[in-house]
Write a protein of this length. Structure first.
Length: 116
């Protein structure tokens, strides 16, 4: 079955960096667009970054442009989110997401807390 397993979250000071990973299995990873979303307390889940398949085109939310980088390794079936210059407002649970035909799949999420 489809599995998305995130890792790499944690507590970091403002201005710091983290790299999130999402290990995927149960589907053809290299032929599917992958995304990162996040949900802060009391807020709706929002798209953070998207990466397409072979070409690897990317899309970012305005709030993270220039600070976050999404990438993928189609050999390891893993998508990454490199987060630099972190701000307190980046605090959220970060989720990996893939849509296969008409069904969306989410990982369990990984907590990122940016605080001094």
């Amino acid at each position: 079955q489809v599995q998305l397993v995130e890792s790499g979250g944690g507590l970091v000071q403002p201005g710091g960096s983290l790299r999130l990973s999402c290990a995927a299995s149960g589907f053809s990873f290299s032929t599917n667009t992958m995304s990162w979303y996040r949900q802060a307390p009391g807020k709706e889940r929002e798209m953070v970054a998207v990466i397409t398949t072979i070409a690897g085109s990317t899309i970012y939310a305005d709030s993270v442009k220039g600070r976050f980088t999404i990438s993928r390794d189609n050999v390891r079936n893993t998508v990454y989110l490199q987060m630099n210059s972190l701000k307190p407002e980046d605090t959220a649970v970060y989720y990996c997401y893939v849509r296969l035909w008409s069904t969306g799949y989410w990982g369990q999420g990984t907590q990122v807390t940016v605080s001094s």
